[in-house]
Design a protein. Structure first.
Length: 119
């Protein structure tokens, strides 16, 4: 079990496992946020506090909602909008303790151009 939180602690969560890899994306939002995403099925993520303490940002094709803490502003996760068969969500693994994710591969995704992994 891994535990993470935003800076102020208003949003805390638990993950059932480490991510298979962490994703660094260079799209217009991810490069500005500085996130390293870990991907999970929604049932693998439990919010232990603050699930209602976030606000969302949605733009473009309106397929994802990026959540951030209302108090400290840390980007915590994204969820898909609308009904899709896939329940995948992205969790900002920079909110985990560094020793818990040390050594986990970081993949580089070209979300700005080719929509392919560069490794």
């Amino acid at each position: 079990m891994l535990r993470g939180s935003c800076h102020c602690g208003a949003v805390t969560f638990e993950l059932v496992r480490p991510p298979e890899w962490r994703n660094e994306c260079n799209c217009s939002i991810c490069r500005r946020l500085g996130t390293l995403w870990g991907y999970y099925r929604e049932e693998e993520v439990t919010f232990t506090s603050g699930a209602d303490a976030t606000e969302t940002y949605v733009w473009g094709d309106r397929s994802l909602a990026f959540h951030r803490c209302r108090t400290c502003g840390c980007t915590t996760y994204w969820r898909r909008l609308g009904s899709t068969p896939e329940s995948r969500m992205g969790v900002n693994t920079r909110l985990l303790e560094p020793e818990d994710v040390a050594g986990i591969r970081i993949r580089h995704f070209d979300g700005a151009d080719s929509f392919r992994y560069l490794d």
